[in-house]
Design a protein around this ligand. Structure first.
Ligand SMILES: Cc1cc2nc3c(=O)[nH]c(=O)nc-3n(C[C@H](O)[C@H](O)[C@H](O)COP(=O)(O)OP(=O)(O)OC[C@H]3O[C@@H](n4cnc5c(N)ncnc54)[C@H](O)[C@@H]3O)c2cc1C
Length: 338
């Protein structure tokens, strides 16, 4: 049996492992985090001194769309199991000094348990994947034509993560390989700092999410109480990339500006009882490669994630990982028949 490693336990890595398992190929999946999910990240509020302690808040991706038929069938199954649910198709639009109107778009989906629970559920369904968390994959290299991950020979590896993180893995094992592979995939990534604010009560007008245009501090506000379906007075604001970049070494320092912007846009004077800032150095690719994934069929090295094909979205990442998994399964099967 071919030894296949998937590196990355975000949605793209899990989709890649699922596609391989579906075709009968066993996988070992490594993630350096203590928990799976990557940028589909949720945390439980603790020690806020408010009734919102215990509330699960999304601090990475805000929601996901399901416009691709293949991904939609996964989402529909998850909805049938009560893991995913439709959230809204309508967000408000604001400028720096207040809400200006509403904007309707595709249905956005969420999960009552937080977006991480979707990745955890999909991982738990994998029939033939050994999952090793808190495990950095170590260098990836090619030695005498043999593919090595963390010093061990493997038949194939799928690296499912933002390209700067993939580059670190490849650079540490084989800088020439990294340069050759990633030269075709020069993607610029922008940072985000996600600010969670827990209030004693909701004094703002009802909304699900607000796109904030032309504000020097924030770009988006999510009503996490609406997203969870609990009505908890918990908001998440995303700090705009230039300001976020200036605060990557000290995310809490952005809190006064971000919370001030939140009050200004919502037209409220109340202060949150508790607030926190989560840094995403590689939050979103601002360009994408035209193809859905990369695979060197000779070496057996693949790359997938949301910078392939269609931009910074959960469904792009899922599709990229899924298609890479299918391509690796094709490769294993054609090697077996030779
Ligand atoms: C703040 C923010 C808001 C967003 N909003 C939205 C939204 O509203 N809608 C939407 O569709 N998308 C949104 N996105 C984008 C969405 O989260 C991503 O497109 C998607 O989650 C990417 O999944 P992925 O599996 O490709 O990468 P990731 O989720 O980043 O997973 C990569 C995994 O690789 C692991 N890893 C990295 N290096 C190593 C290593 N050396 N060894 C082992 N493991 C490693 C990481 O721990 C991580 O778990 C948002 C992202 C952020 C950060």
């Amino acid at each position: 049996m071919a030894r296949t490693i998937v590196v990355g336990g975000g949605i793209s890595g899990i989709a890649c492992a699922a596609a391989l398992n579906d075709r009968g190929h066993a996988v070992t999946l490594l993630d350096k985090g203590r928990v799976l999910g990557g940028r589909m990240a949720s945390r439980r509020i603790r020690d806020s001194g408010t009734p919102s302690d215990g509330h699960v808040v999304d601090i990475g991706a805000s929601y996901f769309t399901a416009q691709d038929d293949r991904f939609r069938s996964v989402v529909e199954r998850l909805m049938g199991l009560g893991i995913a649910c439709a959230w809204t198709d309508t967000f408000h639009v604001a400028s720096s000094d207040g809400i200006r109107g509403v904007k309707t778009g595709p249905v956005r989906y969420t999960s009552t348990g937080g977006l991480r629970s979707i990745v955890e559920h999909l991982a738990g369904e994998l029939p033939d994947t050994e999952i090793l968390s808190a495990r950095d994959a170590g260098p990836i290299s090619v030695e005498d034509g043999a593919l090595m991950v963390g010093g061990e020979g493997v038949d194939a590896v799928a690296v499912c993560m933002p390209s700067p993180q993939a580059r670190q893995l490849l650079d540490s094992g084989s800088p020439a390989l990294a340069a050759a592979l990633l030269a075709t995939h020069e993607v610029t990534w922008e940072p985000v700092i996600a600010v969670t604010a827990v209030f004693d009560e909701a004094t703002w007008r009802e909304f699900d999410g607000i796109f904030v245009n032309d504000d020097p501090v924030i770009t988006w506000i999510a009503n996490d109480g609406s997203r969870r379906g609990t009505g908890a007075p918990v908001l998440v604001a995303h700090v705009q990339p230039v300001l976020a970049a200036r605060h990557l070494t000290d995310p809490p320092a952005v809190l006064p500006a971000a919370l001030g912007a939140l009050q200004r846009v919502l037209g409220i004077s109340e202060h949150p009882s508790w607030a926190d800032a989560k840094r995403w150095t590689y939050a979103k690719p601002i360009t994408a490669s035209p193809q859905p994934f990369f695979l060197d069929p000779v070496i057996g090295l693949g790359l997938a994630g949301d910078a392939w094909s269609d931009g910074p979205r959960v469904e792009t990442a899922w599709l990229s990982g899924h298609l890479l998994g299918e391509a690796l399964a094709d490769r294993h099967e054609s090697a077996a028949t030779r």
